[in-house]
Design a protein around this ligand. Sequence first.
Ligand code: NDP
Ligand code: GDP
Length: 328
Amino acid sequence: MSKRALLTGITGQDGAYLSQFLLGKGYEVFGVIRRSSHRGVEDHRLRWLGVADKVTLLDGDMGDLSSLVRIVKEVQPQEIYNLAAQSFVASSWRQPIHTGNITAIGVTNILEAMRAEKPDARFYQASSSEMYGLIQQDMQTEKTPFYPRSPYAVAKLYGHWITVNYRESFGFHASSGILFNHESPLRGIEFVTRKVSHAVARIKLGKQNELRLGNIDAKRDWGHARDYVQMMWMMLQQDKPDDYVVATGRTTTVRDMCRIAFDYIGMDMGKHVVIDPAFYRPAEVEVLLGDPTKAREKLGWVPKTSLEEMIREMVDADLERVRTEPAL
Ligand code: NDP
Ligand code: GDP
């Protein structure tokens, strides 16, 4: 019989790629979808990857424990991947309480649903490199102390430790992936890589001239979501639950990432990029650089896609979208 996986956040970037990956491994895939007045468009990422008809979506919300209990009871999954979150750092200052309710307490809700209905399921928590914030070591490992710098990162830290705590308190097979930034053509439009690839496509096609950005000196360790979801699955196949950094080991400024995109379409970023203080953050994470040694040595995981390849893929996808969907 095929294994059943339950994904929260299935309609997000990682949920779509993980669904595709698990279906390829023969899993039955179930996902939590929150009620929206925009029904019919919220599965656009699953459709883009051609998997929307192959997954089962169930109504629920991370803030509603009863819905999660009902779903876990109904699905009886062997594996639960908790990907749902208010995931945008900048919004977390504007919606700090909502971010805490969903990104932090939401983790306890899904863990409690599992404790009530399927305590032997294996659990994955989507932890974040944002937890390192004001970095305490040049290269961050599983042992680097955390110093969160946004309401989002504070909430993720709670989610991380409650996962560790349920592992230690109840013997749960619960693991946390400390994932560094990962992107793709399915990344939300407000994140900086996608904001850049989308703007570059529109500039190339004469639909816009200016790209307004904030702190372009910030540095991130960027990988491809397609590579990173594989690691989520690998973690749950181990006999023992554990926490892993998932990163490339290379860090790049926003400026240089942007230059890669402009160079690709043969245009000069200096003629289009405008610095706008509106995009500066109340507290910034200046640099992140992950050390993926444990993932490589214990699980044999290595990222396959370079930053250059990924940015080219994102620009190509946005060129295609802007050409075929003129409203974009
Ligand atoms: P996205 O923002 O693309 O997806 C978030 C998902 O969470 C969406 O499916 C969204 O649903 C869902 N969601 C939000 N609020 C609720 C709620 N109240 N109830 C149910 N579902 C909800 O994020 P990513 O796919 O990029 O990231 C996946 C996870 O990994 C997130 O937890 C993120 O914080 C974390 N992470 C991501 C990193 C990255 O670089 N991408 C790095 C490290 C961690 P809807 O479609 O309805 O909005
Ligand atoms: P984050 O690492 O999860 O916050 O991912 P983002 O893609 O949102 O931001 C990455 C970095 O890019 C942060 O240091 C931002 O301050 C910086 N940045 C600079 N300009 C922008 C912008 O216009 N939008 C976003 N989202 N980030 C920007």
